[in-house]
Design a binder for this molecule. Structure first.
Ligand SMILES: NC(=O)c1ccc[n+]([C@@H]2O[C@H](COP(=O)([O-])OP(=O)(O)OC[C@H]3O[C@@H](n4cnc5c(N)ncnc54)[C@H](O)[C@@H]3O)[C@@H](O)[C@H]2O)c1
Ligand SMILES: Nc1ncnc2c1ncn2[C@@H]1O[C@H](COP(=O)(O)OP(=O)(O)OP(=O)(O)O)[C@@H](O)[C@H]1O
Length: 522
């Protein structure tokens, strides 16, 4: 490189060029105007070669600056476009919520007119807030009949779905003062007045009639228990039993006795299961609970998870005692954990003009956006409502429910959170930064994770560890709290079950107790 030139004031200036040539000198203030003029006016002492070299260098710098400016302008345009899309989606969701609410109220009114039995009337759920009327308070968990546009399957064998009541209960609360009904389970809906961190108790209005049993595949012990349980529920409790098509085949291979067991033919029928099933029993591990939740895209009946897996964080019931457990569940009341789910939409860049999203995915644990098989660093821009949160540069990001806080999020350094706490955990996976700590957002926010256009590779989203979807540069994932929680039965209560799991399953804070003898404060 040629030696630097000295201007009249003796300042070392390494480059020079006319403003008209690059057009960016002023806007980026790299070269004060005065200094440039001085160079141009000062007598040139060096050779012409040097001048040519300097102007080449300046041209290169000008080009780079122009590219930066263009990139910035295009990013701003892109951000404006995404904001527009985002607002469109928000409006659409609001309209959807509004339509669903009116439809639900209309349906409830019709039901009110049809029945005179007090037990069958939809429960007025907002008593604590001094409000009366139907459920669906804006802040509440409201699980409506989402598949109402589809006609119920007419099958004479199918019995009417039972109704349940959920109520708060506080330990040591002798009076009924704070107890009130918060949930109606008529027509398969679960509706609560507000998301609650208090213990919730479920009471059957009348005995449940239909049980769905879901089992972990390829396990002999699960298969044996399943056929035993089906026999017992049929012979002792006279219940209708649903199982997956695979399980019905297995049962019939064992004996033609199981002919009464019902199943479904296609996905359409699966979508209507919540209108037929009073109770879901899972035989397996946590994966089977996730599987059960994923079968219900809208309201979820109460789930009783029996532990036949290795860890069983969400499966408190012992399979050896299944008869006693089911006796007590069928009798009620049952303590339940109302587990929140996240609703995720993938928004494709290609959907820019005609606004469209893919089918929403519901997750009980988490949605993960990671680098998949790519060896490049993931680059993810994250927004909370309209505000920029951060750019994740690392292996990826986990957006987790509080139930999922003890799963992948925990492995990535996230905090363990009681499952009844409403919130969304924001946990980076191996961030390449010394200062990136996990965060927890409140339940009401909408998070958006976008793969920027300048990303070196696509990202991959997976939902409760399944259904991987590629996110190309420009694609985004939008995530918010789902309106349909997953009620899981507790062995004891929410808190005791959670603490038992972290102690027995994860051996949390296991340490030898300090001995009594030794030095002490005087
Ligand atoms: N590094 C990790 O820890 C890691 C990596 C990938 C996936 N996962 C988790 O696996 C889940 C899928 O579970 P699976 O059983 O279908 O897959 P799997 O068979 O691979 O099991 C994953 C393990 O996570 C446990 N687990 C699942 N949900 C849990 C929860 N809420 N709390 C505590 N432990 C839980 C399961 O008991 C099992 O031991 C994903 O949702 C994700 O959270 C964890
Ligand atoms: N009914 C089902 N149909 C298809 N796949 C299922 C079903 N139930 C569970 N699975 C899948 O089988 C896998 C293992 O199930 P699960 O996690 O229940 O057993 P596990 O691994 O033995 O137990 P744990 O999770 O406690 O270690 C999971 O990936 C889960 O998604």
């Amino acid at each position: 490189m040629a030696p630097s030139k000295l201007n009249s004031s003796g300042t070392s200036i390494s480059m020079s060029c006319s403003q008209a040539e690059n057009g960016f000198v002023n806007s980026f203030s790299l070269f004060p105007e005065k200094a440039v003029e001085e160079i141009l006016q000062s007598p040139i002492q060096g050779s012409d070669d040097h001048l040519i070299e300097f102007s080449e260098a300046l041209r290169t710098v000008a080009k780079a600056l122009r590219q930066v400016a263009e990139g910035k302008a295009s990013a701003q345009a892109e951000a404006a476009e995404w904001k527009r899309k985002f607002e469109l989606e928000r409006d659409r969701n609001l309209k959807f919520e509004h339509a669903e609410k009116s439809c639900f109220e209309h349906q409830a009114d019709l039901d009110d007119m049809r029945t005179n039995s007090p037990a069958k009337q939809p429960t007025s759920c907002n008593v604590a807030n001094g409000q009366s009327g139907k459920c669906c308070s804006r802040k509440g968990i409201c699980s409506h009949e989402v598949h109402k546009e589809k006609a119920p399957i007419c099958d004479s064998k199918i019995v009417k779905k039972d109704s349940i009541k959920l109520s708060w209960f506080c330990k040591d609360d002798q009076s009924d003062q704070y107890k009130h009904d918060i949930v109606s389970f008529e027509r398969g809906n679960i509706t609560t007045a507000q998301r609650s961190s208090k213990q919730i108790s479920l009471k059957w209005q009348s005995c449940p009639q239909t049980v769905l049993i879901l089992t972990k595949p390829n396990s002999v012990s699960v298969q044996i228990l399943c056929s035993e349980m089906v026999r017992w529920l049929r012979q002792q409790k006279n219940l209708h039993i649903y199982v997956e098509p695979r399980v019905r085949v297995e049962l019939l291979a064992e004996s033609s006795y199981f002919n009464f067991v019902e199943t479904w033919k296609d996905d359409e029928e699966v979508l209507m299961l919540h209108t037929k099933v009073d109770l879901v029993v899972t035989l397996g591990g946590d994966g089977t609970v996730l599987w059960a939740a994923s079968m219900f895209k809208g309201p979820v009946p109460p789930i009783v998870p029996f532990s036949l897996g290795s860890l069983g964080f969400m499966t408190p019931f012992y399979s050896e005692h299944y008869k006693e457990c089911l006796e007590s569940i069928l009798k009620g009341p049952i303590s339940i954990t109302l587990r929140h789910r996240l609703q995720c939409h993938v928004i494709r860049e290609a959907a820019k003009n005609e606004y469209e999203t893919e089918e929403p995915m519901l997750v009980l644990n988490e949605v993960t956006i990671d680098r998949g098989i790519s060896s490049f660093l993931t680059n993810l821009e994250c927004y909370c409502d309209d505000s920029f949160v951060t750019c994740v540069q690392g292996d990826g990001l986990i957006l987790s429910t509080t139930s999922g806080s003890t799963a992948y999020s925990l492995a990535a350094g996230g905090s363990m959170v009681h499952p009844q706490v409403p919130g969304i955990l924001f946990t980076p996976i191996c961030p390449h930064s010394l200062s990136f700590r996990p965060m927890i957002f409140p339940e009401h926010v909408t998070l958006r994770v976008q793969v920027p256009f300048n990303s070196r590779s696509p990202a991959w989203a997976s939902f409760d560890g399944k259904d991987r979807k590629q996110l190309a540069p420009g694609d985004a994932l939008v995530c918010s709290m789902a309106p349909w929680p997953v009620p899981t039965a507790c062995l004891d209560d929410s808190t005791n079950d959670f603490l038992r799991s972290i102690h027995e399953g994860l051996h949390w804070n296991l340490r030898k107790t300090q001995s009594f003898d030794g030095p002490r404060e005087t």
